[in-house]
Design a protein. Structure first.
Length: 252
């Protein structure tokens, strides 16, 4: 059974705004603060579920990694080709087309949420299978089912995680957690109001949340994530938020 896919219609939205929109900028800042102290010494790296390939290109530029960018969607791979990503592979995260212990580091960002509840252990097992012992393991997922929204429906998101669930999934796959932290935390009250009050009241149809906005608002929202990046960079793990990240290592 092939892995569930993100709605292909979202690729155009992401492509248009991935470089500059506050959410993408802020998430990159947070990820960089987590990875910068650990990024040395890796050559063969897999990004499983690469989307447009933008982040894979950034990994190569920032860390010099040789990144293999895998996605199930042909549309995502076309966007990756447009960006000049060199090693693009079409494949299923539930059955990765690589041998065991092929990579020094494996990352999967905002992908496993597209698996129905109960299917995520297979994805974790596959990611761990292709990772070498001692290798770096990074997963980011949407957090807290109460934040399921019309954007979630539009993008075909099937589940959201807690930190505890994410940690258990990694542990069951043989991954030792180094850090687990929530992110996009400061805006959590706004998200709760929007998704649990405003959207039910307006009964708007499913739609992407990746959309242009006034510059002042983009800057204000982005400043919240920039502050979080600074806090996370000091070693603080945030206790609640709209995303949750795990950094770990595969047991020797």
């Amino acid at each position: 059974m092939p892995s569930p896919e993100m709605n292909d219609a979202e690729f155009a939205n992401i492509t248009a705004l991935e470089e500059g929109m506050w959410w993408f900028r802020g998430q990159r800042q947070i990820l960089n603060r987590l990875l910068d102290p650990l990024a040395g010494g890796y050559s063969q790296v897999l990004e499983a579920g690469c989307g447009t390939g933008y982040q894979a290109r950034e990994f190569t530029r920032r860390y010099g990694w040789r990144v293999t960018a895998l996605d199930l969607s042909a549309e995502g791979l076309r966007q990756g080709q447009r960006l000049g990503v060199e090693r693009l592979v079409q494949g299923d995260l539930q059955s990765l087309p690589f041998g065991a212990e092929s990579f020094d580091a494996v990352l999967s960002l905002d992908v496993i949420v597209h698996f129905p509840p109960g299917e995520e252990p297979r994805a974790f097992a596959e990611l761990a299978r292709v990772l070498r012992p001692g290798g770096l393991f990074v997963v980011r997922v949407s957090a807290l089912n109460v934040l399921h929204s019309r954007h979630s429906v539009f993008t075909h998101e099937k589940q959201r995680f807690t930190a505890g669930h994410l940690r258990r999934c990694a542990s069951d796959a043989g991954i030792d957690a180094l850090r687990v932290t929530y992110a996009n935390s400061l805006l959590l009250p706004v998200a709760l109001f929007k998704f649990r009050v405003w959207e039910p009241l307006t009964q708007a149809p499913p739609a992407s949340g990746v959309a242009p906005m006034p510059g002042w608002l983009d800057g204000l929202l982005g400043s919240a994530l920039s502050l979080e990046a600074s806090l996370i960079g000091t070693g603080l793990n945030l206790p609640l938020g709209q995303s949750v990240l795990l950094l770990g290592r595969k047991g020797e």
